[in-house]
Structure formats: C-alpha cells, structure tokens
Design a protein around this ligand. Structure first.
Ligand code: NAP
Length: 248
C-alpha cells in the first residue's frame, strides 16, 4: 500500500486525474472539492473501482476553518495522511491588471496562496517526525505562468504561482530532516476547464504557436509527474519545481 493521499480540488481536471492515477498505484484518496459534489463522487467511484478507499469532502480551502475541518475529516475517515497534492486553484477572469476587480485579486490570492499554505501547514502537523508523524510528501501546483508573468492575461495569477514556488523551496528546507519532501509541478497548457473558467474557452487553440512541442497535454501527463515526485523513486528530490510544459 502506498498510503493516504489528499488531493485538494480533486473533482476535475489535473486533481481528478491525479486521484485516479494514485488509486491505481495503491493510494487511498480523499477528494476535496468546493462546489461540484457529483463530480467529486464520480472520482471517488473511480478510486473505489481500483480497490482503494475513496472519500469526497466539501471544503473551501481558502477558509482556514474549512481547511482544518477537511483534515480532521480525513484523519477520522481514512487514517494517517502520507501525501498532499495541493492542487486547488483558479485564475480569475482574464484581463489587464488595470481592469481587474479587487474581488478577483482577493479570491485568487486566498485560494492559490493562503489555501495552499493552510493545507501544507495541516499536513506538516500530521506528517512531520517532529510531531510524531511518519513523514510523507507534498506536491504543490505551480504554473509555467510563475516565470512567464502572463502579461495581458492574469499577472495576479502568475504572481500567486510565484509565491507557490517560494513557499515550496522554503518549506522543503524547513522540514527536510523531518521525513517530508516538498516539491512543485509547473504545468503549461493542459486540457482542463480552467481555460473556459478564465473566459478563454479557445485558449488551447493557440498552443501550436506558443508551445515548442506544439500541442496541449492531457491532465494525466501532469498527474504522472506528481506521482513520481511523491514516490520513493524521487526520494532524494526536494525543494524543486518540475516544469511539465512541452518546452514552454
Ligand atoms: P480546474 O479544471 O479548473 O479544476 C479546479 C479544481 O479546483 C476543481 O476541482 C475545483 O472544485 C477546485 N477548487 C477551486 N477552488 C477551490 C477552493 N477554494 N477549495 C477547494 N477546491 C477548489 O483546474 P485545473 O486546470 O485542473 O488546475 C489544477 C491546478 O493546476 C491549479 O492550481 C492550476 O492553477 C494549475 N495549473 C493548471 C494549468 C492548466 O493548463 N490547466 C496550467 C498551469 C497550472 P469545484 O469544481 O468543486 O469548484
């Protein structure tokens, strides 16, 4: 058995692909979601079809009390956490900075940065050998945007992912001797609903011009990188940001 994994935002896209792949590799999986219970339950059924335990938990990770409740539910229902995939994230509607609302800025920072940090803190409190835990792994979802900056699209989102990269490095060093490895994956153009949600349903059509490999990836290709970082095969890898972006 590979242990117990929590995937935040696991109801669709990269998170759902990760939950399904993890079950196939022997993990029991807690699928967190914010609004779409039916989608989360479908992922849980796919986990159970692999012979593993699955659990869907509604929680807005940007709210500290809800993030805490998410981990308490997982403790109670699935047992000791061994892997956190900090995946929940959003871009806000695309625009220039001088046209974006304060509400979008707050929401993106609260989910992508604060929510991710709340969940990492809860995971460290459970997994760190300093607290009597048995160690484990954390993978944070960054983005190629962190280094590209995403001008005229969502510079605030790029900045939130830059924060994810800094946090990944710092936390990895802080817990390096406590049995926890912390890494990030930075996807490029991936076939999920995030593009439609950001107001650009046709975004992937520009892939041939902007991605050196010429095509967008499937969510499963990102999930493979996440699962590798959490595996023993990556046992000496910590504090890294692994780009999965077709050369972009
Ligand atoms: P997606 O298809 O839009 O799915 C987002 C997921 O996050 C959904 O399961 C959603 O749940 C959940 N979620 C959103 N806000 C949440 C909150 N406050 N609390 C709990 N769950 C929440 O996104 P994706 O494309 O798979 O992206 C996953 C991650 O990869 C994100 O961090 C994103 O920034 C990053 N990424 C994606 C791409 C790409 O091209 N797709 C590229 C680079 C980075 P509900 O459906 O229930 O609301």
């Amino acid at each position: 058995m590979s242990g117990v994994m929590l995937v935040t935002g696991g109801s669709r896209g990269i998170g759902a692909a990760c939950a399904r792949l993890a079950a196939g590799r022997g993990y029991d999986v807690c699928v967190n979601y914010r609004g779409d219970a039916a989608a989360a339950e479908a992922v849980v059924r796919a986990v159970e079809a692999e012979g593993r335990r699955g659990l869907a938990v509604q929680a807005d990770v940007a709210r500290e009390d809800e993030a805490e409740r998410l981990f308490e539910t997982l403790d109670r229902e699935l047992g000791p956490l061994t892997a956190l995939v900090n995946n929940a994230g959003l871009t806000g509607h695309f625009s220039r900075l001088d046209e974006v609302s304060g509400e979008t800025l707050r929401q993106v920072m609260e989910v992508n940065v604060l929510g991710l940090i709340y969940c990492a803190r809860a995971a460290v409190r459970r997994m760190s050998q300093r607290h009597g835990g048995r160690g484990g792994g954390i993978v944070n979802l960054s983005s190629g945007a962190a280094t590209l900056g995403s001008p005229n699209t969502y510079v605030w989102y790029a900045a939130s992912k830059g924060a994810v990269d800094s946090f990944t490095k710092g936390l990895a060093l802080e817990v390096a001797r406590e049995g926890i490895r912390v890494n990030a994956v930075a996807p490029g153009f991936i076939k999920t609903e995030i593009h439609a949600s950001s107001g650009m349903p046709d975004r992937l059509e520009s892939t041939p011009e902007v991605v050196p490999m010429g095509y967008p990836a499937e969510p499963e290709e990102v999930a493979e990188a996440i699962l590798w970082l959490l595996s023993e095969a990556a046992g000496y890898v910590t504090g890294e940001v692994l780009r999965v972006a077709g050369g972009r």
